[in-house]
Design a protein. Structure first.
Length: 66
């Protein structure tokens, strides 16, 4: 599946934050409690993870993997 392909290419912290936030639908506050990260750090990592995912998707589209 496409999402799995993208997730495997993410950095560990990006994969974790995307999995918890988008797939498990946990709140930023819950993620902060689970990981020990501050709420602002969770938000920053989520932002960066989404940017990383966009970059991976663009590369995959260029390579015609979609």
């Amino acid at each position: 599946e496409l999402i799995e392909k993208i997730l495997t290419q993410l950095s560990p912290s990006a994969r974790l934050v995307i999995t918890l936030l988008e797939i498990e639908e946990r709140s930023v506050k819950e993620i902060a409690q689970l990981t020990g990260w501050s709420v602002p750090l969770v938000k920053v990592r989520a932002f960066r993870a989404r940017a990383e995912m966009r970059k991976i998707l663009k590369r995959m589209a260029r390579e015609k993997y979609l």
